[in-house]
Design a protein around this ligand. Structure first.
Ligand code: ZN
Length: 279
């Protein structure tokens, strides 16, 4: 895996652009309960990226897989906690479009964004910026995490395995810093997880209540998580990290093989015109 920071301008100039895929993580600095650090989304995005590139490098040795530094930019709404840094979805879309315009002038044709943050507006804003730039040039800039978070609605099989599927069924409303994210960090950097996750109270919020920040912010007051951290397990996290990496690898393969990536371009809510107005 090579960082674009280690290349000179003429290295970039002489890259075989048809065989170059650039990766970028775009995720927030955001509170994640009292048991996880504020960098969770960025750390996970960077981890999946690194693992995906490693696998792709073995499979496509004549390809160039490059990474560009992560952007700690995001739309989100866990309000009232220190350590959160958000911008408005429309501004995020505009910034991403400007960044894409720059990258496009380098001759880069393929860019895979890892928007490792579940907020639909975060994902949709980046997806819209991708649509806008792809419409102007013969390139494929894609942000497939919105489709990943919509795997049920879009009928995408993440091959999560029986244990994860069972817990997902039992505790599905694990929106933020719950068993999903805590398990994933327990797998990759257990030293970053504070032991108090075992005693964290469940914060149960329905899918419907998630539409209303005032409602769920009231429930998580003084805590910062939405879900069930106490059911976290490193082993589960390993499975979830593996599935996520495989999903990213599969999308990358579609870009490389030049097969249709349409299914992976949008969060399922993107089709609702009223919601697109906010991005
Ligand atoms: Zn998160």
């Amino acid at each position: 895996m090579k960082s674009i920071l280690d290349l000179s301008w003429n290295d970039i100039d002489s890259l075989p652009k048809d065989k170059t895929l650039l990766f970028m993580t775009v995720a927030p600095i955001e509170e994640h309960g009292t048991h996880l650090p504020i960098g969770v989304d960025i750390q996970l995005g960077e981890y999946w990226q690194q693992k995906a590139i490693k696998e792709l490098e073995t499979e496509y040795p004549d390809y160039h897989f490059l990474s560009i530094p992560f952007l700690p930019l995001a739309a989100g709404c866990m309000k009232g906690f220190p350590g959160c840094m958000y911008i408005k979805p429309k501004l995020l879309r505009k910034i991403m479009f400007e960044i894409f315009k720059n990258i496009q002038t380098w001759g880069i044709k393929y860019l895979l964004i890892i928007a490792s943050h579940g907020d639909p507006f975060h994902n949709m804003a980046i997806e819209k910026a991708c649509d806008q730039i792809n419409k102007l040039f013969a390139i494929n800039f894609i942000s497939p995490m919105g489709a990943f978070f919509s795997y049920k609605e879009l009928n995408i099989d993440l091959q999560l395995g029986t244990e994860a599927e069972e817990i997902l069924q039992k505790y599905p409303e694990d929106f933020h810093a719950g068993w999903i994210e805590t398990s994933m960090i327990l797998d990759i950097s257990p030293e970053k997880v504070s032991e108090n996750y075992i005693n964290a109270e469940n914060v149960v919020v329905s899918e419907k209540e998630m539409i209303n920040p005032r409602k769920y912010m009231e429930k998580t007051k003084g805590k910062g998580h939405l879900g069930y951290p106490k059911y976290s397990k490193a082993q589960l996290g390993q499975k979830l990290n593996e599935s996520t990496k495989t999903y990213i690898v599969n999308v990358a393969k579609k870009i490389i093989e030049k097969t249709n990536t349409k299914k992976y371009q949008h969060h399922f809510l993107f089709k609702i015109p009223f919601l697109r107005w906010f991005i």
